[in-house]
Ligand binder design. Structure first.
Ligand code: PLP
Length: 389
């Protein structure tokens, strides 16, 4: 029978619970403050005030101008809008037809890049990553050449499967010197790393509310003023003519509130999680035989630790962990359902049999030292059992 203790949720990279203060902030915008922010009358104007306040809040937190924020339906839309919107606009204006990205991007970026290659005539360069999952700025420099044919570069800030953080500022400098737009998928980084767009040197940055204790189905895309861009969705003149469709005011208000809360506690919470993460990493490497950490030990997200457990199927480990009351993941939420070995681990040069033993723990607000102790008690037993020991 399944363990009756409350679930120890160590899958915050997949999604997070909506914070109570976020739920409270959203609630009135579902009912009494239901206006359409485009309406002239006072009911609409009240919704518009909340919408524009949310825009200012988010902009300020990342060092952007309010007009540089486009509200989206989440990370997938933000990534699509940035890649397609910038690539198609640059191509139309200058003829630039090459996209540069990395093989460890989330599918929201990678499959969009493949689609632009396969159906829209773009050339695609995938930068190599080393065994630790890091991209060398010299590789980007080489791929950029003189930059004249590059439509857009997209490199994620932090990886969702292995937590590795890329040297975005150095990559941004190279792009800026050649006038090439740089997009970053900051979906996993938001709330854990500083997202100052000037320091990062990016022209576009996408996020997703549900990864930082906000609601699902909402995110924001930062688009630097003056960046060539064609909208993904056409229709009304919402979002400065860059994203048609009546704004989802309650979700946007909730996301902005969630972002304020994670930013306020980011330094202290990151330090707390880093200690727990390192206890988990140290404990697993010590207590489980034939295991290794995937991705560079540093720089990595403070809340993420991923491993290969040799000679076991991650699926079996996850089921056994679940029965013990522990929620973890075999990598990204999407690939775990697809049962495909992870494209990220493959790009790191990890063999297919090893990649089948990929396991990810992602910590969050609810995680305690007791949770980590419990995992360190259960996981070695589970792995030994599955190995037939
Ligand atoms: N990019 C990264 C790095 C992610 O981890 C995710 C979600 O797992 C996404 C994009 C997609 O975000 P959403 O679920 O909001 O579409």
């Amino acid at each position: 029978m399944a363990n009756q203790r409350p679930t120890i949720y160590l899958d915050h990279a997949a999604t997070t619970p909506v914070a109570p203060a976020v739920l409270a902030a959203m609630q009135p915008y579902f009912s009494e403050l239901y206006g359409n922010p485009s309406s002239i009358h006072r009911v609409g104007r009240r919704a518009n005030v909340a919408l524009e306040q949310a825009r200012r809040t988010v902009a300020e937190a990342i060092g952007a101008l309010p007009k540089e924020i486009i509200f989206t339906s989440g990370g997938t839309e933000g990534d699509n809008a940035a890649l397609r919107g910038i690539a198609l606009a640059r191509n139309a204006a200058t003829g630039a037809n090459r996209i540069i990205t990395s093989p460890i991007e989330h599918h929201a970026v990678l499959h969009t890049a493949f689609d632009l290659r396969d159906h829209f005539g773009f050339d695609l360069t995938l930068l190599p990553v080393d065994r630790d999952g890091l991209i060398a700025p010299s590789e980007l420099e080489r791929a950029l050449g003189d930059g004249h044919d590059i439509a857009v570069v997209s490199i994620m800030l932090a990886n969702n499967e292995i937590g590795v953080i890329q040297p975005l500022a150095a990559l941004g400098e190279l792009c800026r010197a050649l006038g090439v737009p740089l997009h970053t998928d900051a979906v996993q980084a938001a709330g854990k790393l500083a997202l100052d767009v000037t320091e990062l040197g990016v022209d576009a940055l996408s996020t997703s509310g549900h990864k930082f204790y906000g609601p699902k189905g909402v995110g924001f895309l930062y688009l630097r003023h003056g960046t060539p861009y064609l909208p993904l969705l056409t229709g009304g003149s919402h979002e400065g003519n860059r994203r048609a469709g009546t704004e989802n005011v309650p979700l946007i208000v909730g996301m902005a509130q969630a972002f304020v809360l994670v930013e306020a506690e980011r330094a202290a919470e990151s330090a707390r999680l880093r200690v727990l993460r390192d206890q988990l990493i140290g404990g697993i490497l010590e207590e489980v035989a034939d295991v290794y950490l995937t991705g560079a030990p540093e720089p990595r997200l403070p809340n993420l630790a991923s491993f290969v457990l040799r000679g076991v199927e991650a699926e079996g480990v996850l089921i056994a962990l679940d029965l013990a009351g522990i929620a973890a993941s075999s990598g990204s939420a999407c690939t775990s359902a697809a049962q495909q070995p992870s494209h990220v681990l493959e790009a790191l040069g990890i063999t297919a049999p090893d990649a089948h033993g990929g396991l990810r723990f992602s910590l969050g607000r609810s995680t305690t030292v007791d949770d980590i102790r419990y995992v360190l008690e259960k996981l070695p037993q589970i792995v030994t059992q599955l190995r037939g020991g």
